[in-house]
Design a protein around this ligand. Sequence first.
Ligand code: GLU
Ligand code: ASP
Length: 494
Amino acid sequence: MSNLNRQKIVDSVPQKGFVGHPKGLFTLFFTEFWERFSYYGMRAILVFYMYYSVSKGGLGIDKTLALSIMSIYGSLVYMSGVIGGWLADRVFGTSKAVFYGGILIMFGHIALAIPGSVSMFFVSMVLIVLGTGLLKPNVSTVVGELYSEKDERRDAGFTIFYMGINMGAFLSPLIVGSVGNFHLGFGIAAVGMFLGLIMFILTKKKNLGLAGTMVSNPMSPSEKKKVFTYIGLGVVVLAVIFSILIPKGILTFAGFINLVTILGVLIPTMYFIVMYRSPKTTAVERSRVIAYIPLFIASVMFWAIQEQGSTILASYADTRTQLNFAGIKIQPAWFQSLNPLFIITLAPLFAWIWVKMGDRQPTIPQKFSLSLLFSGVSFLVILLPSYLGGTDSLVNPLWLVLSYLICVIGELLLSPVGLSATTKLAPAAFSAQTMSLWFLSSAAAQALNAQVVKFYSEDTEMAYFGIIGGASILLGIILLMLSPKIQKFMHGVK
Ligand code: GLU
Ligand code: ASP
């Protein structure tokens, strides 16, 4: 987007009105609050919905398969951000993308709210994957558009927005997980997204001004014709391939999971190659792309552990944990509120520490390596109960609380840092896609998880947590040793 347009947008947004920030932040905060409310509420019960028997209201899917599906689902949700970012950038702008995305997501949750079959579940999955791809990266991009380049409130704005994400993620598992009926739970998620949409529609004109309305790199009519012909052809070819392979039993569900795993790794790899080789990338930018690779790999490792909080640890909460505790009947879905709760309480502390440390604070690669140490330890902690007491007795829930807490410390060292590092390290020609690029590390992580979770069972529990936790720590140490080198390749980015 040209600087002139950027300034025009900033001028059109009321610059005050929401805790000292542009009024538009109010709209984006609550839109994303409700979207994440619906997403994390749905995910908090989805894994149980899949593997609980039909008599308990579930779909009766094999548990290991359910854990893999959760992972590829999570992966596709972030992978589709590439399409959402592209459509916003070249076809209809971010604001429309957020709106269309919200509609698809809402219908996705409605599909689950209607008691139905496995096929309804897949319809919902497609809607939510596409909808989130349209909404999630774009709503964050609009946050950036509210502030002028030099506005000092920018980082704080993103922190407030991040709090909104986690407030939504905190509340919904508590509510959705307490109603005692899966479909009612999914219905609540749908209502959440509906409220988000209403909020967005009612306040966007007044609060967002021109933000999100411009198509930053519009296609020429001839380009449009060409691109849409290719897309149309691609869809037809895929439909034909699938309609032959599926009935013939060549593309099975397991095969599809493998395909997503491969894509999860392939897409970011291609991104890096394209960014590195593009003639629009300058020499300094090329060096920064190189520096970004180890950070990206670290991020994949971190999210692989963090995202298992809603798969492996969720099932651990359900089957391995004492749920009658201190006189309370704990719902397994409630454990999903721990991560966002700790984020909300600890994020201000971290912000304060970085301000206090000023120039003495760890560099970006050092923060990433520390993050891997914490995520590794969060898995080592959860192997202790079986080490100390075997796998026959139920485990005190405080072990899980401790594990989530330690993982969140890692998250605060990586998640906010990584997003801003991505915007600084990505070549200018690719800046519009940086949000999607960052989310691709979560996509890759969960694509790999789809395979990794297959190795989990109560018998392999200790080795499982030990090996993954150990791998994270090892990677963290390697990264720490490479940090000064990576920093050099970053050419002054801090
Ligand atoms: N949990 C955060 C969110 O939902 C970060 C997701 C990620 O980067 O994977 O926005
Ligand atoms: N901490 C995650 C994020 O920032 C939320 C979660 O995992 O529940 O949104």
